[in-house]
Design a protein around this ligand. Structure first.
Ligand code: C5P
Length: 239
């Protein structure tokens, strides 16, 4: 077997080069981290579930006309994706107050928001991923106005598609985080992952949390909750 060339290692994923310079292999790890890496654990089975769930959502979004980096699953924990240069922004969309929004604005967790709220955070571990605005993004030359407009438009479309789809599965899409990249032609494209690590999913009937908050808040049954999401999606196991 040829040695693997690691391109990048993040907290939850590794990226490897492939023989095709336009394609990257993503491996989802079992590692769970929270609070900027301060809390760490290994959760056996998380890599498989997040690989499957992320692939499922990217395919669903593509079917709904939202271009993204996903190509195909190649193993239970790996997928091929298009190589893009990640824009160092976390684009968060919120439908219901929770997490840092509740803290920052004093809103009770679970209060519905009158309309979706988009927030932009700088992807920078050393700075603790601060909330930033469009002027900050401009002076830091992180993205152009056109790119930002496109990212925000896509984020709202993703919200519509996922929120409606998940509602049919009795799952409330509370909020989620997206990342975008720029491909070789200079086009902005949805990238990274969409999984219970990056979204808040609540059971519509009980409010039970089926996402990474179970790990962040020591609620237990983390993997069981991720499995429940996968089961409700009715996803197939292609590989
Ligand atoms: O913590 P906060 O309430 O700001 O998170 C909003 C949403 O963004 C949550 O769904 C969370 O899982 C996601 N998020 C993420 N990665 C981060 C910060 C937040 O996936 N670094």
């Amino acid at each position: 077997m040829k040695p693997e060339t690691l391109l990048y290692e993040g907290k939850a994923k590794q990226l490897f080069l492939t023989e095709d310079p336009a394609i990257v292999r993503v491996r989802y790890k079992d590692a769970a981290t929270a609070f900027n890496g301060e809390k760490k654990a290994t959760l056996a089975g998380k890599g498989v579930l997040n690989n499957r769930i992320s692939a499922f959502f990217f395919q669903l979004l593509r079917e709904q006309g939202i271009a993204n980096h996903f190509i195909k699953e190649i193993s239970p924990i790996e997928q091929w994706v298009k190589k893009v240069a990640i824009i160092p922004l976390e684009v968060v969309v919120r439908n219901v107050a929770a997490g840092s929004l509740s803290k920052r604005l004093g809103l009770t967790e679970g209060s519905p928001l009158r309309h979706p709220v988009i927030e932009l955070y700088l992807k920078d571990d050393a700075l603790g991923d601060p909330l930033i605005n469009e002027d900050h993004i401009s002076v830091l030359e992180i993205a152009t106005v056109a790119q930002l407009t496109e990212m925000k438009g896509t984020a709202l479309k993703v919200n519509e598609v996922l929120r409606n789809f998940l509602a049919q599965k009795n799952i409330l899409l509370v909020d989620f985080k997206l990342e975008f990249g720029v491909d070789d032609s200079g086009d902005v494209m949805l990238a990274d992952e969409i999984s219970p690590d990056t979204c808040r999913f609540w059971d519509m009937a009980t409010g039970n949390r089926m996402d990474k908050d179970r790990f962040r808040r020591d609620l237990g049954n983390v993997i069981e909750a991720y499995e429940e999401i996968w089961n409700r999606l009715g996803g197939r196991e292609d590989v």
